[in-house]
Write a new protein. Structure first.
Length: 151
């Protein structure tokens, strides 16, 4: 048996327990590394960094990390020929997970993440477009604002 917390679906999560966890310096390093990698268009690498963080967490709010992992997986698949269906599935799961959270969580603009999901979904269903390059056009960017920081 694994020592990891069980993976939960959004309907299995107690919303009253979705509080911001205290993150260690190591956890924050993984969170920030994932942000950097995502914003560089290295979606799979971001997914891996955030997944390591997600596996460390046991609290109910770990589903937030699952949501951002799914966004990274969706954009990774979106840029692969023939993988749009998988991208759409990941966008759907990410939205279901992130809708559980307030508009700001751990410094993330959750409303902005949901808008990013909508934009990604639109890209995935566009029949007349080739898969966009990671830095083609306006690549998605995730920002994290901490209390007392500008922005």
């Amino acid at each position: 048996m694994s020592g990891r917390a069980p993976k939960k679906k959004p309907g299995e999560v107690d919303p009253a327990l979705l509080t911001e966890p205290l993150l260690s310096d190591s956890d924050l390093g993984l969170l920030d590394r994932g942000l950097f990698l995502f914003n560089e268009g290295r979606y799979w690498d971001a997914h891996e960094a955030w997944e390591e963080l997600w596996h460390r967490r046991t609290e109910e709010s770990r589903i937030f990390f699952q949501g951002i992992i799914q966004i990274a997986a969706a954009f990774h698949l979106l840029h692969r020929p023939g993988r749009r269906h998988g991208a759409l599935g990941n966008f759907r799961k990410a939205e279901e997970n992130l809708r559980l959270f307030p508009s700001r969580f751990l410094g993330f603009d959750v409303t902005g993440l949901l808008a990013m999901i909508d934009a990604g979904r639109s890209m995935a269903v566009a029949d007349n477009r080739e898969a966009p390059a990671p830095h083609g056009g306006l690549p998605p960017r995730i920002t994290r604002h901490l209390p007392g920081s500008a922005g």
